[in-house]
Design a protein around this ligand. Structure first.
Ligand code: NAP
Length: 309
């Protein structure tokens, strides 16, 4: 039987909505974008409101996709869940763990769909790497997540403010991949966090974790990186090295580059959201968020030179 089309509202109309969400929604065939809620942004063909409260006062919706910065996301999700809607949240799902737990409880008690949209998990090689790791012994893991914040997040002061995740905003994508592909447990051991003297969140971090109790996992994270970005995960195993490059858009096994279908992350997210709504289920995994929270909890912070966009 065909799925019914869902009347969707978008909350927060910024870079990621324009880069990815609008095209994915348009091609989904499962959602009608009815309205938007954002202080300023709007989308042609959809009614524009300045807040979720105003949007819900005028529109009948089935679902919302919340694409604001994480700091304001939980209160918006609470309004949507209390209004009986299905809710998809951009990553990171919330700014704190207690907010995440609250949302999960609200959704469960209302029998509503709540979906944490870990887009990097939707890259093509993730399932293949997960399958490949089930019968190999992992010896070491290295994550290199280097990018220029001026290029990838121009003017986004929220990202470097306290609660904005800083370098963990992009690096949580690596953790979303690792927590999906690894057949075991990741635990944070230590973290060195470099916070610019005029900002509240780390712009650099060096994090040590263990996989399954003893396998070393090192994360070298830097948003103050001039030059070509690197979003690489290197997994050394007893039967060779698996590399996930470009945030999962490229992968190789022992240097042999494997084929990858590109551009499917956000279409897959919206297909999954529709499927969850249709079957009355939630998918709200906060594993990557817990690891970031742990790194912040055990992290040793040093102040570094001021950063200006
Ligand atoms: P952005 O460009 O700063 O956009 C955020 C949008 O949210 C802006 O339109 C902002 O409006 C709006 N907003 C702020 N407070 C709001 C509120 N209370 N109600 C409604 N709208 C509100 O940020 P972004 O890059 O799109 O990132 C948004 C989220 O997506 C982040 O969690 C990020 O991690 C995630 N994400 C980003 C990327 C990327 O490449 N940028 C990729 C994947 C995921 P004003 O500008 O008027 O304040």
């Amino acid at each position: 039987m065909d799925q019914r089309r869902l009347r969707l509202g978008l909350v927060g109309i910024g870079k990621i909505v324009r880069d990815q969400h609008l095209a994915a929604i348009a091609q989904s065939g499962q959602f009608d974008l009815v309205a938007t809620a954002a202080p300023e942004g709007h989308v042609e063909g959809a009614a524009a409101y300045s807040s979720i409260e105003a949007m819900l006062a005028h529109e009948t919706l089935d679902a919302v996709s919340i694409c604001t910065p994480p700091g304001v996301r939980a209160p918006i999700a609470i309004v949507a869940l209390r209004a009986g809607l299905a809710v998809m949240v951009e990553k990171p799902p919330t700014a704190t763990l207690s907010q995440a737990e609250h949302l999960a409880r609200l959704a469960a008690s209302g029998g509503q769909t709540l979906f944490s949209a870990w887009h990097s998990r939707e890259t093509a090689p993730v399932d293949a790497v997960r399958a490949m790791l089930t019968d190999r012994r992992i010896e070491a893991i290295e994550v290199i997540w280097h990018e220029d914040v001026r290029e990838w997040h121009p003017g986004q002061d929220w990202l470097l403010a306290a609660g904005g995740f800083g370098v963990f905003d992009p690096a949580i994508n690596a953790l979303s991949i690792l927590t999906k592909v690894l057949p075991g447990h990741l635990a944070v051991q230590s973290a060195a966090l470099g916070v610019p003297e005029n900002r509240g969140a780390p712009i650099r971090a060096d994090v040590m974790m263990h996989f399954d109790g003893s396998v070393p996992v090192r994360l070298d994270l830097n948003m103050r990186h001039a030059g070509t970005a690197r979003w690489d995960i290197i997994i050394a195993t007893d039967r060779g090295t698996i590399e996930l490059g470009r945030g999962g858009h490229r992968w190789s096994v022992d240097g042999e580059v494997m084929p990858v279908e590109q551009g499917q992350e956000y279409p897959r997210l919206y297909r999954r959201f529709a499927e969850l709504v249709d079957t009355g289920r939630s998918d709200f995994d906060i594993g990557p968020l817990m690891l970031v929270a742990d790194a912040m909890m055990v992290g040793h912070t040093t102040r570094e030179a001021a950063f200006h966009f």
